[in-house]
Design a protein around this ligand. Structure first.
Ligand code: IPM
Ligand code: MG
Length: 362
């Protein structure tokens, strides 16, 4: 067995961020104990806390710590306290700058139902029974979130403009991730866009079809984003790998997570050209329950598992965490967001603790 030493940049962030990240760090420590690796942590301020401390949602030295680490774990950022700060100083801007600064253009968001949580899905049992197991590959550092944003007075009223722009090469690099992900799964790739209206989507579609000639083993289909939003609730079993641009992926991944029971369960990885990735649950900072020991730490703990798998090449260690999560769900323990009748409701720290107790080397 190769013993590894890894330094992880840790962004606890705002709201429930610190509580959920704490549980994920305990899981890393436990993996270290079980498998003999050493994980060290470098604290990074980002989001509202960085605005309060440094007047900037992501100071340059904080970004550097992330770029220099072996990988980055993030809880969540944002909250009502910073709602009125100017757009380019908002906590979310720190996250966007971090993604761009690390060059992580490919965001992988799995939507997979845990059989134990079938009751927590808002979909009818007959739809859930057909299976929900797909991945949204979201372009992460281009498109409208990164175009210019301006608000100007025109003819005596305010006009706001947000620019949505994609180059062929930006589309191609995320398209390849889509095809390669599909190749490792069922060989089906669905490209989602709005080519009946948007030029950027027409270019997207053209690039995907050009690329498809290089991946003859992958069956490419196209879907308009509004139809996709409908199909996700009508019959999610039809999807395996979805590839889409930044804003569509943001919206569809929230929808896809909800049908699996709770957004609190879903981890994500963001990767670019190097193995240094950014791992975060896809949910937000949930300021309404912050500090109340009510949050679900599973999305963050599963993000830690994804880091082990995709950045550190430690598949057995990732499996160990995922098995433990499954065992705790089997035993009927639930945080409030995934609670259903007959289960045992527990808090964030106890959920983390129970997962630790179930982590065993196979
Ligand atoms: C997400 C979030 C972020 C995004 C926000 C907080 C900037 O919604 O990770 O999905 O839009 O990407
Ligand atoms: Mg989002």
């Amino acid at each position: 067995m190769i013993l590894m030493q890894k330094n992880i940049a840790v962004i606890r962030g705002d709201g429930i961020g610190p509580e959920i990240v704490e549980q994920a760090l305990l899981a890393f420590d436990k993996i270290g104990e079980l498998y003999g690796h050493t994980f060290t942590y470098t604290d990074v301020d980002m989001g509202g806390i960085a605005i309060d401390k440094w007047g900037d949602p992501l100071p340059t030295d904080m970004l550097e710590k992330c770029v220099n680490a072996d990988s980055v774990l993030l809880g969540a950022v944002g909250g009502p306290k910073w709602n009125d700060v100017p757009g380019d100083k908002r906590p979310e801007k720190g996250l966007l700058r971090l993604r761009a600064g690390m060059g992580v253009y490919s965001n992988n968001r799995p939507a997979k139902i845990w059989p134990q949580l079938a009751d927590a899905s808002p979909l009818k049992a007959s739809i859930v029974a057909k299976g929900i197991d797909f991945i949204i590959v979201r372009e992460l550092i281009g498109g409208i979130y990164f175009g210019s944003h301006t608000t100007e007075e025109v003819n005596g009223e305010k006009n706001a403009v947000d620019v949505l722009q994609y180059s062929e090469s930006e589309i191609e690099r995320i398209g390849r991730i889509g095809f390669e992900t599909a190749r490792k799964r069922s060989g089906k790739l669905c490209s989602v866009e709005k080519s009946n209206v948007l030029d950027s989507s027409r270019l997207w579609k053209a690039v995907m079809h050009r690329l498809s000639a290089e991946y003859p083993d992958v069956e490419l289909s196209d879907m308009l984003v509004d139809n996709c939003a409908m199909q996700i609730v009508k019959d999610p079993s039809q999807f395996d790998v979805v590839v889409t641009e930044n804003m569509f992926g943001d919206i569809l991944s929230d929808e896809a997570s909800m049908i699996t029971g709770s957004i609190g369960m879903i981890p994500s990885s963001s990767l670019g050209a190097s193995s240094n990735g950014l791992y975060e649950p896809i949910h937000g900072s949930a300021p309404d329950i912050a500090g109340m020991d009510m949050a679900n730490p599973i999305g963050t703990i599963l993000s830690a598992a994804m880091m082990l798998r995709f950045s550190f090449d430690m598949p057995a260690e990732a499996d160990c965490i995922e098995r433990a999560v499954s065992a705790v769900l089997d035993a009927g323990y639930r945080t409030a967001d995934i609670y259903s009748d007959g289960c045992k409701k527990i808090g964030c720290a106890e959920m983390g603790q129970r997962i630790l107790e179930n982590m065993r080397k196979e």
